[in-house]
Design a protein around this ligand. Sequence first.
Ligand SMILES: Cc1ncc(COP(=O)(O)O)c(C=O)c1O
Length: 389
Amino acid sequence: MSAAAPLDVAAVRARFPALRRNEQVFLDAPAGTQVPDAVIEAVAGYLRESNANLGGAFGTSRRSDELVGHARTTAARFLGCTAEEVVFGANSTTLNFHLSRTAGRDFLPGDEIVCTRLDHDANIAPWLELAHDRGLTVRVADFRDDGSLDLDDLARLIGPRTRVVACTWASNALGTVNDVARVAALAHAAGALAWIDAVHWAPHGPIDVAAIGADVLLCSPYKFYGPHLGLAFVRAALLGGWRPYKVRPSDPFPLGHRHETGTAAHELLAGFVAAVEHIEGLGWPAIQAQERALGERFLAGLPPNTRLHGLPAMEGRVATFCVSVDGVAPAEAARRLAEKGFAVWDGDFYAHEVMPRLGLPDGAVRIGFVHYNTRDEVDGVLAALAGLE
Ligand SMILES: Cc1ncc(COP(=O)(O)O)c(C=O)c1O
């Protein structure tokens, strides 16, 4: 357990206009979090004061250059990499299609990609499409009935033709946290790249790409209190070696910029910086202690008319919960929870392989807690779940 000073949740909530409105209880964070005033101000401030394209001799353009540089160093700090290893994009899915196509330019027919059944389709479909185009084989590692990744199955599927092992750090459906350092070690032992989807992990804990041994890692700032944007780390040696899909006049440096097409959403980069500063200001230990306490409370109070899919305690998971309600279809449960003021999602959450594996053709209900949620909100949704029949 972390010894962090408890988070002043009321003070944190006061920073978020959406939470100040008291319109609904936001348990939809796995699909995107709310943003603090500082992020909104940063986006608006850029547009008011610095709006321009890059590389000009005049003030607004110079300030834009500075902002993009600042966004790169902020991302580098957030991910544990160098600023040149940062690639910004529209969202993780777009970045993953782009980077996988780039990486795959020299893959040969018969080469193999290993994915996992726990992954969001954003880290499977790009490989299926690449496989279609280049005659590759995609193998998909299973997860166990408790929602944990079957590392033995993953290890079995990796072989001499494996070029990439693509794995999510945390499941956006079940909340499982995978041992991605182990996954990366297995990939590297076979000479393959470790391609990590950190989209669902990023709001819940620190990232150090060197410590886990990632070659590529993706995340999405709109899942961690920032604007709608995608962000990737790619190891410098890869960035330098890959032939980029880029227009010829575009600057080949910093390295990551080779893989950014067109004009970036500068205002969103400003918001991204403010989102990282929000997290840094609170500190991960305090955030994690708060989320763990909420998760434990939720698990302890789950009513008997619900069935949890995934790990039954907070060890090995984040506070994202996938539940079925006896006799109530997931879409109906989400609708009735919305009527009572709780924003939750239902379906498969694009974790396309998870629900068939669990035998849930209509998916399930997903309830996600982040640091701005409260104990009262946990109790409220538990009571609302108990009232569904
Ligand atoms: C685990 C995971 N990976 C990838 C994605 C796709 O992210 P984006 O919306 O930035 O493309 C999501 C979005 O929900 C996700 O949860």
